[in-house]
Design a binder for this molecule. Structure first.
Ligand code: ATP
Ligand code: MG
Length: 307
């Protein structure tokens, strides 16, 4: 029931397109009969300004967030493409209603796993390490703490949860059982390749890339493995300002920290353990969050988000 929120920038009706499905943040549309793209195996992928936290889509949108996610993804897709990683982007000429926040993409058969790569320890990786000294079964050295840099980046896939569920970390062996050994190898190789390029760019921009999630799919025409969804955005990645990185504590990040902090503070009056939807965000939390998304965009691309 997240779809069609009045002010989230992702209208339900777009001339020339037929709505297919809603994710937490994105809306997918296919070409309408008789439209310019009719007969092509493409999707219009529209990033709304919705923000999710603690498995809830919040009722307050973050202005410009959808444009940041789309423009940043396009910036990365172009560089990755140049480095030999094919992407699902077909065209950026999109209807005026969704200008800047949408792209026309090849409709892929999505791989049913999320391809996560970690260069630092945080989140569910940290939780598993504290329990067992491993992350998705990969043994790590003793003595690592919250935010530690790993000796080398590791591929730590997770299963895609059904709507509303939690993604679950899985071992490489489990991934290989699910998608086949050869494809699992391909996914690991492609994921680590993306990470190597991304980490270098992030470091140059003053950002620590702690981890990131990629989604791949197969081009139904050729069977080729293609990078889909969004890529290397604050929503799909843990970006930390390099100047504030300090292992041994939770790291400040570019994304939802203000939102999470406020939601769990007494000021919100919200009980995270309840089933109740979170309250609307106050204007200062919205403004600070918006600024963080724009800051990530600026640092990485070196430019301002264009109108
Ligand atoms: P989900 O839909 O899995 O719950 P989500 O809430 O993160 O995830 P969004 O990011 O809002 O979803 O929506 C994007 C959806 O589109 C995802 O399900 C993603 O897997 C799918 N997707 C992205 N690129 C493509 C593509 N090229 N072809 C088909 N599906 C795609
Ligand atoms: Mg998503």
């Amino acid at each position: 029931a997240t779809f069609g929120r009045a002010d989230d920038g992702a209208p339900s009706s777009i001339p020339g397109w037929v709505h297919v499905s809603s994710g937490k943040v994105r809306e997918l549309h296919r070409p309408a009969p008789g439209s310019a793209w009719d007969g092509e195996d493409v999707l219009l992928v529209v990033a709304s300004d919705r923000i999710s936290a603690y498995d809830h889509v919040l009722s307050t949108p973050i202005p410009d967030k959808g444009r940041v996610l789309t423009q940043l993804s396009l910036w990365w897709f172009a560089q990755l493409e140049a480095a030999g990683v094919p992407s699902h982007v077909v065209s950026t000429e999109v209807p005026a209603e969704v200008a800047g926040r949408a792209m026309i993409c090849r409709a892929l058969d999505m791989v049913e796993a999320e391809c996560i790569v970690r260069g630092h320890l945080a989140g569910s990786g940290l939780a598993e390490y504290r329990q067992s000294g491993t992350v998705t079964g990969i043994a790590l050295p003793d003595g690592l703490v919250d935010g530690s840099r790993l000796p080398e980046p590791i591929f730590t896939p997770s299963s895609k949860a059904e709507q509303g569920g939690h993604d679950e970390n899985i071992s490489f062996a489990t991934l290989a059982e699910q998608v086949g050994a050869e494809q699992a190898e391909q996914l690991r190789e492609a994921t680590l390749r993306v990470h190597a390029l991304a980490e270098e760019r992030c470091r140059a921009a003053g950002i620590v890339l702690a981890d990131t999630k990629l989604e791949f799919g197969h081009d139904p025409r050729t069977g080729e493995l293609v990078l889909g969804d969004e890529v290397l955005t604050p929503d799909s990645s843990r970006f930390w300002p390099a100047e504030e990185w300090e292992p041994g504590r939770a790291q400040p990040s570019f994304d939802k920290q203000y939102v999470r902090d406020w939601l769990t503070s007494p000021a919100s009056g919200w009980d995270r353990g309840s089933d109740v939807a979170p309250p609307p965000l106050p204007a200062d939390v919205v403004a600070a969050t918006r600024e963080r998304y724009l800051d990530a965009y600026r640092r990485l691309t070196g430019g301002e988000l264009e109108d």
